[in-house]
Design a protein around this ligand. Structure first.
Ligand code: SF4
Length: 234
């Protein structure tokens, strides 16, 4: 199987600023409902606090997008119920909302999930759930850390290092995370993603190693729309 990169975002902020602003408020309010604080006030010093922040970020962003929360978050209904029971039992969130869902490739999600599960470094359900959540959110068009609702790339790097440490060790050249995951998938399947054997000679160098900068999905839509040409994320 040849793995195609998800579409490159080019016009996600082009219009509907009011709708985007509403989603940001919804996501931030959901995050606060889950954790008691807004995302910018999250304390992630300890591992449990960090995991809670990551789970709440993904759920809050996925819920703000409409459609089935379980599907948007990459979980089964049973897994979502277990996650809420274990981490957010006191919180009341309606997991089913109206709205359109992006078409996604279930086979591709499963391949990403399997890669992550093969590289798990944590015990318990959290890492297993996160494998599904990361796999589903990787189908979205922005930087992976953005589509997980995280505040910056460093949180994704910490997440991978904590729950999928073998992958973190293999990304010793600090490739963009989504690009790196797809390269691992290709290598596992015996395919070659790269057009040259040496990265420094490759026309895709910036796609693999360019900075993964951007604004948090909780904040970006509250800002004026950015020029589409400035976005190039894989
Ligand atoms: S820069 Fe080119 S050769 Fe290096 S990993 Fe990316 S696609 Fe492959």
């Amino acid at each position: 199987m040849v793995h195609a990169f998800p579409d490159i975002e080019s016009a996600g902020f082009a219009s509907a600023e009011t709708e985007s602003g509403r989603r940001v408020r919804d996501a931030a309010n959901t995050y606060r409902e889950l954790t008691g604080v807004l995302p910018e006030a999250a304390n992630i010093d300890g591992d449990a606090s960090f995991d809670r922040h990551v789970l709440a970020s993904i759920l809050a962003l996925a819920l703000s997008e409409g459609g089935s929360l379980a599907a948007r978050a990459g979980l089964s209904d049973a897994e979502l119920a277990d996650l809420f029971s274990l981490w957010f039992a006191a919180r009341r969130i309606d997991p089913s909302t109206d709205g359109m869902e992006n078409p996604v490739d279930a086979d591709e999600i499963e391949i990403v999930r399997e890669l992550l599960l093969e590289n798990r470094s944590s015990e318990g359900d959290c890492g297993r759930w996160l494998a599904g959540m990361i796999a589903r959110r990787a189908m979205e068009p922005n930087h992976l850390w953005e589509d997980l609702g995280l505040r910056d790339r460093s949180e994704l790097t910490r997440l991978i290092g904590r729950h999928f440490a073998p992958l973190a060790r293999r990304n010793d050249k600090n490739m963009r995370w989504k690009r790196f995951i797809y390269r691992m998938m290709c290598e596992n399947d015996g395919f070659v993603m790269c057009s040259t054997p040496v990265c420094s000679n490759c026309a895709d160098y910036d796609l693999c190693y360019g900075p993964e900068t951007g604004a948090s999905r909780f904040a970006s839509a509250a800002q004026p729309p950015t020029a589409p040409a400035a976005r190039q994320t894989v």
